[in-house]
Write a protein that binds this ligand. Structure first.
Ligand SMILES: [Zn+2]
Length: 1093
């Protein structure tokens, strides 16, 4: 048997990055984009003859191969953009040739080889002619790159952060040649910092990187954090692209289009998207898949999966003359011509067969919206069916209402995006030109070049090919004010204005036709935009603009889509490009003065609890609920807050926008009177109040009889709860508070929190009904469904709470809190009721009883949780035994053997080690150790003794001695034998037979044979030599091993060991003295990492 497997060698070819955990279905990680995968044989790089079996995966960008089909991290990934040729070689083989290397693969048979070849050729053919960057990335947004030292396996790697992934290369040359090792998906990863390391933890393993300088360390850390926060938006792309025809621009065929027109239902490349935007929102409503995340609801994604570019083009582009087709390399003017003809003039489209028959079209629309046939709806709408037509049903008068009623969310989404873009009658006439259009006509070139500079599609900022506008439309406006607008503004206070945003100016007119403007604001003067909560003024939806000169402007409309489009237009126009690209739709945005930052200006976007800050040229993502500190109201009025990884000091300004920021940040920072998901949260996303209580109770209450049943002191409970509700972040639960006060604080919190853990009365009914089910299997899966439908914070809180309650009942022999008892306490608490409804008890009992199944906890994870709890408890015990110890004391030590009145009194300090003690005793007694003579200190317990490690501190041992125990300094018989046995051993481990006797209920059993194994960090017992079933195992660090045993046992040989673990003891008997020495040596060596002095 091998004790410790030899670390797999780092081959010259690549680096093995093995996972410690594996996904259930590794192919799912990347499934949507994988074209082909399978086993292939591969030759090693230096032309060796032996083939290695590898799991190979091909997607649209890379060919990867893996050690096996379970590993998540590849051994190699080859960028297909850098492949110059793929050729057939001999019977079953093929070569992939790149500039730097040729990869030779062998398939199991010719047929499979040919399959691989045709797939590879297909991908290579689809490549764009034009390569950007070095070719490794299709879209290069490399945010940082450089060498980093990975600690395990130890290797200096060239590391590149691009989009939401981190890519590893053997060196920079290989990066340039397009050959990587693997990539780490950061979307489910977390990044941690320690003094010298940056660690990326995924579900499958942890990558640790060493960084030399502090500056570099900061830089990498910030960059990786940004990567994690950005990655969530990439999933829209992956989902939309999962339909193959969505992977090419609907107009020109460029690959991986990242833009979409949500009313025309086509996916577009950046250049075509620019032209679409120039046609205006009334023709094409263009959004980005990555940055406009608010738009991308599940339903909208579904629309694009159900229709997709291919079906959309079967409507839009059924009849395109060959000479008018658009290629990826088309010029701007060709694009404008083609796209205008295709959509605005509908020249190539296949009209619906009912075209021209208005009534029939409308009827068909009303029928179709009740089905899932979105393509038909699209065709009808663009063939003239009226989106606002009357359905003939008074309850559901419009197609939209009908679609809603019949449960067709994708239809609803399609209609919704359509509603705001149907051409108005005036547009149909198409002749009127708006004042601003005339005004800025001459600015065409500037606007275009501005768009280019800011990295937007080149047409952004232009509307229509006859005019140049960024955004325009009707809004309702009240007179501006010099103070924050706090009072209700009825509709009568608003007047309709035609508003235009463009060329650095926001202007408004009485009507679209007016030529005299009523007013305008310079965009550079706008320092803040705030989107109000609905219903606070006469118009349902309103937003405010704040200027640097201290004015406040209020605009409104009843239609949310209109308002959101304006907010988006302002965001793009006001914010620096990098921030407007990531912020999406937000509730509040603008600039504030900061103590940090080179310019003293920070740009901010607040959406929900997420605050994005642009400072020092990098965007920080802050979840305000998870702030570590938040100070809003010091005397100066500044805002100071910190989070994991950063802090910020915003300087107070005496302008109307500032109080709004303070209020918003305060509110979004979480509050005690809010539902769970709006509370102040911990890093792991559960309310701080719950976390701090659970922590305290775990440390002080698990062993307390009747925990959770006893009531605390009412006034103390109320005071603590009050503190939590006011500002949980600042609460530190005092260590000496009675644990019952904390349990009751937790119970009160759960009982009183808004909406409760079940997120509302309505939901909690579903849980109660589930408790009545009798089929356990069905019941568990029902609970899982209910759990998964809860907001994330509720779910995580449930998990933390029930993990805790599971631990509590685990110690029910001590604390008497069985599952049943916990059900009685927590049922009414969680359901926030005073009624003794037995179903509430049952839900809690079920969740504890089936904790692992319902919360998907694996055995290993459960074990880890229980170990953690034990660790906390043990640590506490140790601390408790240590606390009363003064800094030094006098110990009684015996020399050679214990005799009445023969003790030596030695002064022992906090830091005195065993080695120092032995030297002192020898000196006191005038003993000069002879050569080869070893003096050691032992803890003796009647007939058994344990050699203390030379580095061990004496004081704790002294204090832990029982009345029967003593410290003894004497010559060791075995030290030289032990040293000899251990010398020259590379791996310390020991296997063999021992006879064992266990003490149970104060009595000990007779000795019986066991096969024992001592290696690594564990001591294991097996009943049989061949048996794979381990009977018992102890962590070596946790056992105390004494030499000898009680003579009353009548042991078969004199060479015995007594093992103590957790108040229990076992006796082991060795067959010979040599065996005995070897076991002792192995244990001591393993316990002290080989350092025996
Ligand atoms: Zn295109």
């Amino acid at each position: 048997m091998v004790c410790v497997t030899e670390q797999t060698r780092v081959s010259d070819e690549s680096i093995d990055i093995h996972c410690v955990g594996f996904p259930d279905h590794p192919e799912d990680l990347n499934l949507q984009l994988i074209i082909k995968s399978g086993w292939l044989d591969k030759t090693p790089p230096n032309g060796g003859r032996q083939f290695q079996r590898r799991w190979v995966q091909l997607d649209w960008e890379y060919l990867r191969y893996f050690q096996n089909n379970k590993e998540v991290y590849s051994k190699r990934m080859v960028a297909l953009a850098c492949v110059s040729e793929v050729v057939r070689v001999g019977e079953k083989r093929f070569e992939i040739i790149t500039q730097g290397r040729t990869f030779l693969f062998r398939a199991p048979n010719s047929k499979q080889r040919d399959d691989w070849l045709s797939c590879l050729w297909k991908v290579l053919d689809s490549r764009q002619e034009k390569k950007c960057g070095n070719g490794f990335f299709k879209t290069a947004v490399v945010s940082t790159e450089g060498y980093l030292e990975m600690t395990s396996p130890r290797n200096k790697l060239y590391t590149v952060v691009n989009n939401h992934k981190v890519y590893l290369f053997r060196n920079r040359e290989e990066y340039l040649q397009g050959i990587g090792i693997t990539d780490i998906d950061m979307s489910r990863a977390s990044v941690k910092q320690t003094s010298k390391f940056v660690k990326i933890t995924t579900s499958y393993r942890t990558f640790s990187f060493m960084v030399d300088s502090q500056v570099e360390w900061q830089h990498w850390y910030a960059c990786l954090m940004a990567c994690v926060s950005q990655s969530s938006s990439d999933s829209v792309c992956e989902r939309v692209w999962s339909l193959e025809t969505n992977r090419a621009c609907a107009d020109c065929g460029a690959v991986m289009p990242e833009w979409a027109s949500v009313n025309l239902c086509v996916l577009l490349c950046e250049q075509c998207a620019g032209v679409h935007q120039s046609l205006g929102q009334s023709v094409s409503k263009v959004y980005n898949l990555k940055s406009d995340e608010c738009v991308w609801t599940d339903d909208l994604i579904k629309v694009f999966l159900l229709i997709g570019n291919s079906k959309a083009n079967q409507f839009w582009a059924v009849d395109v003359p060959a000479c008018e087709r658009l290629s990826q390399n088309a010029s701007s003017s060709e694009r404008v011509k083609h796209i205008t003809a295709k959509y605005q003039d509908a020249m190539y489209c296949k009209r619906h067969t009912l075209y021209g028959q208005q009534k029939e079209l409308n009827n068909a629309l009303c029928t179709t919206v009740q089905t899932d046939n979105l393509v038909e709806t699209l065709s009808l709408l663009f063939s003239g069916a009226e989106i606002r037509c009357y359905t003939g049903i008074p309850e559901f008068p419009s197609p939209l209402a009908l679609a809603k009623h019949t449960g067709q969310p994708a239809q609803v989404e399609l209609l919704r995006h359509h509603l705001t873009t149907v051409p108005s009658p005036k547009e149909a006439q198409g002749q009127q030109r708006s004042p601003l259009a005339i005004m800025v006509d001459s600015g065409l070139v500037q606007a275009l070049s501005l768009g280019m500079q800011q990295g937007r599609p080149c047409g952004w900022g232009t509307v229509g090919h006859t005019s140049v506008l960024c955004h325009n439309g009707y809004l309702f406006k009240v007179a501006s004010s010099a103070r924050p607008i706090t009072d209700y503004k009825p509709q009568a206070d608003f007047s309709q204005r035609w508003c235009c945003l463009g060329n650095g100016l926001f202007s408004y007119y009485k009507t679209e036709q007016s030529t005299n403007r009523c007013g305008c604001i310079k965009m550079s003067d706008i320092i803040c935009l705030s989107f109000n909560s609905p219903g606070i003024h006469g118009y349902e939806h309103t937003f405010e603009l704040y200027t640097d000169s201290g004015r406040v402007y209020l605009f409104g409309a009843d239609d949310i889509v209109t308002i959101k489009e304006w907010i988006r237009a302002f965001a793009i126009a006001l914010l620096p490009a990098v921030l407007s690209d990531v912020c999406g739709l937000c509730d509040r945005l603008g600039r504030l003065r900061c103590a940090e930052g080179s310019s003293g200006i920070g740009w901010f976007c607040l959406s929900g609890s997420r605050l994005q800050v642009l400072l020092h040229d990098s965007v920080q993502n802050v979840d305000l609920r998870k702030l570590l500190t938040l100070t809003l109201s010091d005397s100066v009025g500044d805002m100071v807050f910190s989070w994991r990884g950063g802090s910020l000091h915003v300087i107070a300004e005496n302008k109307p926008h500032f109080p709004g920021w303070v209020r918003s940040i305060g509110l979004c920072g979480g509050a005690g009177d809010q539902p769970l998901s709006l509370q102040q949260l911990t890093e792991s996303g559960i309310p701080i109040a719950v976390d701090r209580c659970l922590d305290h109770i775990t440390r002080h209450g698990l062993m307390s009889t009747g925990i959770y049943r006893k009531c605390g002191v009412h006034s103390h409970v109320s005071a603590l709860l009050e503190e939590f509700l006011r500002d949980a972040r600042s609460v530190c639960v005092p260590e000496d508070i009675a644990v019952d006060n904390v349990t009751n604080t937790l119970k009160r919190f759960l009982r009183e929190v808004r909406e409760g853990l079940f997120n509302g009365q309505q939901n909690s009914q579903n849980w109660l009904c589930t408790a009545e089910l009798t089929d356990n299997c069905n019941k568990t899966s029902r609970y899982q469904t209910l759990l998964s439908s809860l907001p994330e914070v509720n779910r995580e809180t449930f998990k933390a709470l029930f993990n805790h309650l599971y631990c509590v009942q685990n110690f029910s022999n001590i604390n008497h809190m069985t599952t049943r008892n916990l059900g009685l306490v927590f049922g009414p608490t969680l359901f926030q009721t005073d009624k003794a409804d037995p179903r509430t008890f049952k839900v809690v009992e079920d969740l504890i009883g089936s904790y692992c199944a319902i919360f998907n906890i694996s055995d290993a994870e459960l074990q880890k949780q229980m170990d953690m709890t034990l660790l906390i408890l043990n640590k506490l015990k140790d601390q408790a035994s240590l606390t009363p110890v003064p800094s030094h004391t006098v110990c009684a030590i015996y020399l050679e053997k214990r005799e009445e009145d023969a003790e030596l009194l030695v002064q022992v300090g906090m830091s005195t080690t065993v080695e120092e003690l032995v030297l002192e005793v020898l000196e006191m007694c005038g003993i000069q150790p002879a050569d080869g003579e070893f003096w050691r200190c032992y803890e003796t317990k009647e007939e058994i003794e344990r050699e203390l490690h030379y580095k061990e501190a004496v004081l704790p041992v002294c204090y832990s001695l029982s009345p029967q125990s003593h410290l003894l300094v004497k010559r060791s018989h075995y030290t030289s034998d032990i040293n000899m046995y251990l010398s020259g051993k590379e791996e310390v481990c020991k296997l063999g037979a021992l006879r064992m006797s266990e003490v149970k209920g104060g009595k000990c059993k007779s000795f019986s044979n066991r096969h024992c194994e001592l290696s690594g960090s564990t001591f294991r017992l097996y009943k049989e030599l061949q048996g794979s079933q381990c009977e018992k195992e102890w962590p070596v660090q946790e056992i105390k091993v004494y030499q000898g045993y009680m003579s009353k046992l009548q042991p078969p040989t004199p060479w015995g060991l007594t093992v103590f673990h957790d108040q229990q003891q076992w006796y082991f008997c060795c067959d010979s003295e040599d065996e005995f020495i070897e076991w002792i040596a192995t244990i001591m060596s393993l316990q002290h990492g080989g350092d025996l002095g």
